[in-house]
Structure formats: structure tokens, C-alpha cells
Design a protein around this ligand. Structure first.
Ligand code: ATP
Ligand code: MG
Length: 507
């Protein structure tokens, strides 16, 4: 990146994409305002900014999903277009990998990779040998190995992502957009994805990367474009920035990091987990969360953290051991039982079990408390529904045009807050947060942390699962380290340093 020869030759290169004055409005509300943006062949370009600042909107203009306002110019290889259709965009070599990856789980790896070919030969028989060749050529370019005949649905998320990238390569992409590709990956998976990105770059493919993990942005990008409230703040060489500076640029705020660990051991135990085991997932897990305490669980992929949380939440019964909530032995047979006992669970995967995208913000928020809002005859008045939803919208500062809008129209980070609101509305004794800030920008992350702290001060107990060490370090009273299904360490932030915890976790 710092090689002067490479930099000089890049400077002479014409931009592949030049956007000028790109503007997008939704029902009169401006989501993107007069964006000028260049993307050069073979560069890794990060697009960052707070939730709802217009990142996905900019990408969707280039992929032909959004039709921008008049006056917008999109130049591809020097040819101007007022807007693009999805087919044009594809034919010009622009390829978007959306967060849901848009793969077909019931088709094989090879079929998914060679998908676009297959679509073009509609009505004709797809030649299986050609399909396999094309798929393995794409895999080879990335130097990765995946079982070509395996159904995509049975692969882990990191492998599915590789399939999605290969699909772009097989359709001769020249620019790959990755919208939050690392949101559901663990650190080691992120590293291997970044390796793949470097390889693509050597092939002259431009990569636009949207991410809220600023440390990885600094690591991978050559240039960073920062948006704020639909406007471009600037494009910066990544070498001139670190994650703290980026955070300040995005938010316009100075973010203060401070350890908050308190000793809560004298407070009443709210969650007591004793010798809890579930075959193949976790063994002999023991820990306690006291009233008003925030306990973190960190560890790598496959450590069993989410499995443990799901057992506590009644979704997968343990084979042995005991869970006590507020002094009572729990025999939750379902998450309904766990909710009634006073447990709330904000899942890491908001897209599958967190929210219903087609339903309104309001309906999602009141879903878990409908039975409490209901009058004696089981009827929920629109007014009480609205009031509950409005209260949480304001408390969590969720940016929405109307409570009646479907969740799918919110930006990713605001969707995450809808999930949080839905669970807080149940007024739980124990709040389990599983990777609560995945896909949430740094300013809003801080907002979520503040909410967690104030809930803890009011006496709520919180179990926070996260593979981001700083997240547990700065927000928890104690941190448990889980590895291969067991709790192997307990740390106290402040007494133990952040680096010390990191060394143990990534050892
Ligand atoms: N289809 C739509 N209808 C109405 N408003 C929309 C639609 N799509 C996006 N918006 C609005 O446009 C603004 C920009 O949204 P966008 O999805 O581009 O944000 P983002 O920068 O990608 O945020 P995040 O980091 O949360 O994903 C938001 O206020 C969003 O609510
Ligand atoms: Mg987005």
C-alpha cells in the first residue's frame, strides 16, 4: 500500500466508477445528497458512516436498485448514465454482495457460483461440466477450497460468503461491493476474508467495503470515504487515520473509553448456572450474575457461547445441571417460559429470529408483550400499542419516519435497536445480549452501551456475549472467557488489562 511505484501507477489510473451529484430521496426525505465519489480499479475503498447515513443507498444506486434524482451522473469507464438498471449494472461488471448474500440454500456450491450463467441460458440445459469448471476456476482464483456438491444451506456463514464472492468472480465482476460482510464473522474468519480481499485487489478488482468495525477498515482500506447525514465529509487515505480518528470523523464527537467494572458480589444472585451441560455444545458451566451486574462472555467461534445463551433462554434444554433465576429453579421448556420467568434475549442474528422485516416497527416492538398489553378480553387497543412503541422509539432514539413503517425500510443499525426495544418492553430481570452491536455504528454503539449501563444501574442484570474484546472490557463488571464449551478464565476489567484478555482469547 505504501509502495510508491504502486501508488504512482494507481494515481494515473482512470476511475472505474465516477459518481457526480448523486442524490436520492425517499418520499421526499433526502437519504443521499449530491454525492461525488470515485472508485479506482484494484483499490480497496471503505465506505463508512453512522447508521442511516446513506451507505447502502449509494451502493443501491450503483447496482440499479435505487433510481436517483435527476441531475445524478454515473460514469462507468468514462461513459455517463443518468441511472442504471440492475441488468446494466451487472453487465458493466458491478456486483453487490448483500448482507443476506442472496444465495440459494437448496442448490449446491457449484450451482450457486455459476448461477448467473445458468440464468442467461434460460430454457437451455445447463451444461454441468461447464458449471463445475467455472465454479472451480472462481474458487481457484481465491485459493480457497469448498465442496462443490455440498448444499449451500449446510455451510457455515463464512463459507457462504466465499460462495457469494465467487459468484461475483464467475460473472466477471470488476467491482465488488460488500455491505457489512464481516458483521457475522468471528475474528479468524474476518482475517481470512481480508486475505481474499487482498487477492481480489491484486487481480485489479476494485472492492468497496462497508463496515462498522473501524479497526478492520484501517487494516484493509487504501481510501476511506466518510458519509454523515447523507452527505460526504471527505475521502481520505487510510494511512492517515486510525480507528479513533475515524470514529470522531463519523460522529463529530470525541469518544471517551473508560472501564466501568464494579464489584457486585454482595448483590443478590439473579442468574445462577450450575454444572450446566449440553452434549456437543458446553460442559459443566458455572457462573452467577448478580442484581445490577453486567457479565460478559467472550471467546472464539464454536466456543459454545450462543448455545449456552439459547439454553438459558429455554430454546435448547440442557442435558444436565441447573439454572436458577431470582432464586427459583428454572425448567423452561420454551422461550415463552423463559420470557414469562423474566429473561429477554437479543439475538446476534437480527435477520432470522430478531425481527420480522415485513411487519411494522410498532408490531415488532410490541410482539413480545402483546399478552401483557391485552385487556381482560384479549384485545389490544391501537392506542396502547402505539404508546408502548413510541416510548421505546424515543428511549432508544430510533430514526424512523413512522411507527407503521415496515422494519425493512430502516437502516441496519436502527433495525438492531428495534430488536432491543422489543425485548426491553418485556421488562426482564435478566437481559441476554448476544453480539448486541454487530452492524451498529460507533456513535450508536455508545448509545446502546449507555442504555445497558443505565438499565444495570436500575437493577437489571445483563449477560453480554461478544467476540469484540473492547466491548466486554469497557462495559462489563466481569468477563468470562469460554473456550471449547467450557469457561476457562474470569477477568475483571481494570484489574486485568485489555491486552491481557486479548492474549488469552486469541491464544
Ligand atoms: N426503501 C426505503 N424507503 C424509505 N426510506 C428508506 C429506504 N431505504 C433507505 N431509507 C432511508 O434512507 C436513509 C439511509 O439509509 P441507508 O440504508 O442507506 O443507511 P446506511 O448508511 O446503510 O445505514 P446502516 O449502517 O444502518 O446500514 C435512512 O434514513 C433510511 O431509513
Ligand atoms: Mg446499510
Amino acid at each position: 500500500m505504501s509502495d510508491p511505484v504502486v501508488q504512482a501507477s494507481r494515481a494515473q489510473r482512470q476511475p472505474f466508477v465516477r459518481m457526480r451529484n448523486a442524490t436520492m430521496k425517499f418520499a421526499g426525505v433526502t437519504a443521499l445528497q449530491a454525492l461525488d465519489w470515485d472508485i479506482i480499479p484494484g483499490e480497496v475503498h471503505c465506505l463508512i458512516g453512522e447508521n442511516g447515513c446513506g451507505k447502502s443507498t449509494a451502493i443501491k444506486i450503483l447496482s440499479g436498485v435505487n433510481i436517483p434524482e435527476e441531475g445524478t451522473v454515473i460514469e462507468i469507464d468514462g461513459t455517463p448514465y443518468p441511472h442504471l438498471t440492475p441488468a446494466q449494472s451487472k453487465a458493466l461488471g458491478l456486483h453487490v454482495i448483500y448482507q443476506d448474500l442472496s444465495l440459494f440454500p437448496n442448490l449446491s456450491v457449484a450451482e450457486n457460483i455459476a448461477m448467473d450463467d445458468a440464468l442467461h441460458s434460460l430454457g437451455r440445459l445447463v451444461n454441468r461440466r461447464q458449471m463445475i469448471e467455472r465454479a472451480s476456476a472462481a474458487l481457484k482464483r481465491l485459493d480457497v477450497h469448498l465442496p462443490l456438491d455440498e448444499k449451500v444451506g449446510s455451510l457455515p456463514i463464512a463459507s457462504r460468503q466465499l460462495v457469494a464472492i465467487c459468484r461475483g468472480l464467475a460473472s466477471d465482476a470488476r467491482l465488488l461491493f460488500m455491505d457489512e460482510p464481516t458483521a457475522s464473522l468471528t475474528r479468524s474468519e474476518v482475517d481470512s476474508l481480508l486475505g481474499v480481499v487482498r487477492r481480489l485487489k491484486q487481480d485489479g478488482i476494485a472492492i468497496v467495503f462497508v463496515s462498522h468495525r473501524l479497526d478492520e477498515v484501517v487494516e484493509i482500506a487504501e481510501r476511506v470515504t466518510v458519509l454523515r447525514d447523507g452527505r460526504k465529509l471527505g475521502t481520505y487515505p487510510a494511512g492517515s487515520l486510525d480507528d479513533r480518528k475515524l470514529g470522531e470523523l463519523m460522529t463529530g464527537l470525541q469518544i471517551e473509553h473508560k472501564v466501568r467494572a464494579h464489584d457486585c458480589s454482595a448483590a443478590a444472585p439473579i442468574l445462577e448456572v450450575r454444572q450446566l451441560s449440553r452434549r456437543g455444545e458446553f460442559r459443566n458451566v458455572n457462573f452467577t450474575v448478580h442484581k445490577g451486574e453486567v457479565v460478559g462472555i467472550t471467546g472464539l467461534l464454536g466456543a459454545g457461547r450462543t448455545e449456552l445463551a439459547l439454553s438459558i433462554f429455554g430454546m435448547s434444554p440442557p442435558d444436565g445441571g441447573e439454572i436458577r433465576l431470582d432464586g427459583q429453579a428454572m425448567q423452561a421448556r420454551s422461550n415463552r417460559d423463559a420470557i414469562d420467568a423474566g429473561i429477554a434475549y437479543v439475538s446476534e442474528d437480527r435477520l432470522s429470529i430478531g425481527v420480522n422485516m415485513r411487519q411494522s416497527v410498532q408490531d415488532n416492538m410490541v410482539l413480545a408483550v402483546l399478552h401483557r398489553l391485552a385487556s381482560g378480553i384479549g384485545w389490544v387497543s391501537p392506542a396502547s400499542r402505539h404508546a408502548t412503541a413510541a416510548k421505546w422509539r424515543d428511549k432508544l432514539r430510533i430514526k424512523i419516519p413512522a411507527l407503521e413503517a415496515p422494519v425493512s425500510q430502516l437502516s441496519g443499525g436502527n433495525q438492531q435497536r428495534v430488536v432491543l426495544a422489543k425485548w426491553l418492553a418485556t421488562d426482564p430481570k435478566l437481559l441476554i445480549l448476544d453480539s448486541p452491536t454487530v452492524g451498529v455504528d460507533i456513535g450508536n454503539k455508545q448509545g446502546i452501551y449507555e442504555i445497558v449501563h443505565s438499565l444495570a444501574e436500575l437493577g437489571m442484570s445483563v449477560l453480554m456475549i461478544s467476540d469484540e474484546v473492547p466491548e466486554v472490557y469497557y462495559n462489563c463488571d466481569r468477563v468470562l472467557h469460554m473456550r471449547s464449551g467450557e469457561i476457562v478464565d474470569e477477568f475483571v476489567p481494570g484489574r486485568d488489562s485489555e491486552d491481557h484478555i486479548r492474549e488469552h482469547v486469541y491464544a
